[in-house]
Design a protein around this ligand. Structure first.
Ligand code: GLV
Length: 344
């Protein structure tokens, strides 16, 4: 319990008053059923992304908001929502939320770590393999009717994945899940991270620690797995891409903005690296149009965790976090719990 339970369901004139919540995007019926027992909800079932003005209006008197990366939760928003106690993000990343502003106003922030690690690692590997073996480029060529000779020795030559070297930038849960997949391809795995893993974990994963610079110089494939923040903005920009091998391939399934899109476009145009696989972009869904013309790029529309099982698990976890706060309990995934204001 964190103390303030005044907005838990209460009884007035014999009627149970449930706390009001806003669910900003379409989720799953199971999640709605689960939450409706605990809250009176405003549900955006049509799934149009709210403008900031609509979001503010719909959230004005709610105790909880369950939202996605599409909703910007900033100080201005929180100041308009005087009843707000919890923002439950359906995502592990929460760079759409000003956590400091929430904390200063006593608003709990939650996220959905853990349940998406393997699914996101799978997609990371799918992009890596597709870029290395030119899968989407080959398919587009085939569909365009250009396949005339059944076989040609030099047709669509790609890059080997097995026995190649992989550099993982950011060795959290998802980075480690990527390393496990790489073991099956006999890859040599190096990683960099704010904190070095303990020796036993390094040995189990068969990975070795490098500086970012060394990792970029030594890797055939570089996978970016760090959360976005001001500290990781353009972590991979022109100087870093310049360190990569000419046959190297860069994969980003973390967040747009960690890679400098313009620098990457320049590198791919000049073939100063061989290719890239991107699931996330700066300013998504507004893509830099130059991406569309690049054959040495594989792109997906932010689907890293998009399997039914995983998205349901994420939405359920977000609902569980929200419900916990609404019933006066500590939510399982409390992002700002260590902030002094919540100390208990
Ligand atoms: C999705 O991008 C997430 O952060 O979960």
């Amino acid at each position: 319990m964190y103390g303030d339970v005044s907005w838990c369901p209460s009884v007035t004139n014999g009627k149970i008053l449930k706390p009001k919540i806003l669910i900003t995007r379409q989720v799953f019926p199971e999640v709605i059923d689960f939450l409706s027992a605990h809250a009176e909800m405003d549900y955006n079932a049509v799934d149009e992304v709210f403008t900031p003005g609509v979001l503010r209006k719909r959230a004005r008197d709610v105790a909880g908001v369950m939202c996605c990366l599409t909703e910007k939760i900033d100080a201005d928003f929180i100041d308009h929502c005087r009843q707000l106690k919890v923002v439950s993000n359906i995502a592990v990343g929460y760079n759409n939320i000003d956590v400091t502003a929430c904390t200063q106003r006593g608003v709990i922030v939650t996220n959905t770590p853990g349940v998406l690690d393997d699914t996101t690692a799978d997609l990371t590997f799918a992009l890596l393999m597709a870029a290395a073996r030119r899968v989407t480029e080959s398919e587009a060529w085939l569909r365009s009717g250009k396949w005339e000779k059944s076989f040609a020795v030099q047709q669509m030559l790609g890059t080997d994945i097995h026995h190649a070297s992989l550099g993982i930038v950011g060795m959290g849960r998802i980075g480690q899940a990527v390393a496990k997949r790489a073991a099956g391809f006999d890859m040599t795995v190096r990683y960099c991270n704010r904190t070095r893993l303990d020796a036993a974990t390094e040995a189990t994963l068969n990975v070795s620690y490098r500086s970012l610079e060394a990792l970029l110089r030594e890797s055939d494939f570089v996978v970016v797995m760090v959360p976005y923040s001001s500290a990781t903005h353009h972590l991979i920009g022109a100087p870093e891409i310049a360190l990569m091998k000419p046959h190297a391939i860069l994969i980003n399934t973390a967040r747009g903005g960690v890679v400098d899109d313009e620098a990457l476009i320049r590198a791919l145009k000049q073939n100063s690296i061989a290719g890239a696989g991107l699931d996330v972009f700066e300013n998504e869904p507004a893509l830099n149009p130059e991406f569309l013309a690049l054959k040495n790029l594989v792109m997906t529309p932010h689907i890293g965790s998009a399997t039914r099982v995983t998205r349901l698990a994420m939405a359920m976890l977000a609902a569980t976090n929200l419900r916990a706060v609404l019933t006066g309990e500590s939510p399982p995934n409390w992002v700002n719990c260590s902030m002094p204001i919540f100390a208990h």
